[in-house]
Design a protein around this ligand. Sequence first.
Ligand code: GDP
Ligand code: IMO
Ligand code: MG
Length: 423
Amino acid sequence: MSATAVVGAQWGDEGKGKIIDVLAAEADMVVRGQGGNNAGHTVVTGGKKYALHLIPSGVLNPGTDNVIGNGVVLDPKGFFEEIETLSKDGADVSRIFVSDRAHLVFPYHKEIDKLNELAKGAFSIGTTQKGIGPCYEDKAARTGLRAGDMLRPERFAEKLTIRIDAANDKIVKLLGGDAIDKEAIVSEYVDYAKRLAPYITDTSVLVDEALKAGKRVLFEGAQGAMLDLDLGTYPYVTSSHPISGGFTIGSGVGGSVIDKVVGITKAYTTRVGAGPFVTELLDDTGDLIRERGHEYGTTTGRPRRCGWFDGVVVRYSARINGTTTTALMLLDVLDAFDEINLCYAYEHEGREIANFPADLELIEESKPLYRTVKGWKQDITACRTYDELPEAAKEYIAAIEEITGVPVGIISVGPGREQTIRR
Ligand code: GDP
Ligand code: IMO
Ligand code: MG
């Protein structure tokens, strides 16, 4: 039994969707194990661009099973909207499975997410406002409702009624918001229950059967290591575990199953939302990266914060993920630069820091220590083999391998499937 995990090595939006789509051509099953429709995974194929949020990025490969595991929080409205868009675009949506243990996102989660952010003022996290944090809060508080609850619609409606009363109490009395319409939501969700029922199953069994049959299983990470609830830049994180370890809990498989971990890594760094970012560029260089990389959120449309490659982050991410291969993404974005900086360590009060620290203030006070390499100043989007890459680009890749300690096995030089170099 063996499987590959594909995880974001930075703060999300590294190009996971593209690589999952490429690798799914050789896989039988793609499994999501955490997050929800806060994710926005872009796949470009046949000249068409798809934005996936909840549905695994294997869906554009006919014949691939797509599993939404127990660790995912599922917004039924978003789920059906996505299915509809994909169907219209001609994708095969017949092989999608939803765990009976996946928690459900309700409108009150989104409302509480919004109001929490407002209440935090200057300290807001900049969430996607998809209700992700409040839904995981309910899960941890043992007051959540799961997809499996929908299989008994009457009992589900009773439970939901109680939950809405409790949520409205919080919304009105604690957060100063407007109560949500109980009857309308119960009726909307009873309808979803009927529509979702055919998708709901024990997906842990499905994944186990696939693995035992020797099928090729890919675990698709959402977000990125630095947004991990435990190991990311807390509290500026998401509420799940977007690292390789998150898949065992999030899809109900054992720890010995995953033997390859692909760390999806941008050739520079971006982040959406608040929180420390040592290599951030608040100047023309940062703007040029943003424009060349079209760095605007797939889910929220927000401009992404941009900066140089942060080797401290990616080295840390490799440790906590057990990364075996790096997929270096968006290398073509750097085609235009005379010189490129790579951060190999931080400096804090004259001290060099090699290991990403927990202390956010220390990170905020740190300066990046850079190694500068020459740019290649040529268009690499048509390169299809490693040998075709300019020498300076090869040197940049070698520097990243040295700083992070992980070999670069995949290089991406454009959004298309074919713009992928395997080494
Ligand atoms: P994900 O959340 O990790 O799946 O990443 P997103 O889809 O949010 O953002 C990655 C963006 O980069 C998308 O617009 C992709 O189409 C695009 N992309 C992926 N790989 C490459 C690449 O190698 N070069 C360029 N120029 N764009 C890429
Ligand atoms: P993909 O899978 C980038 C960020 C938000 C915010 C923080 C918490 O496309 O890489 P949340 O709504 O999860 O409570 O927000 O996490 N965030 C992401 N950033 N890519 C994502 O997903 C993200 N999902 C959440 O911007 O800073
Ligand atoms: Mg994204």
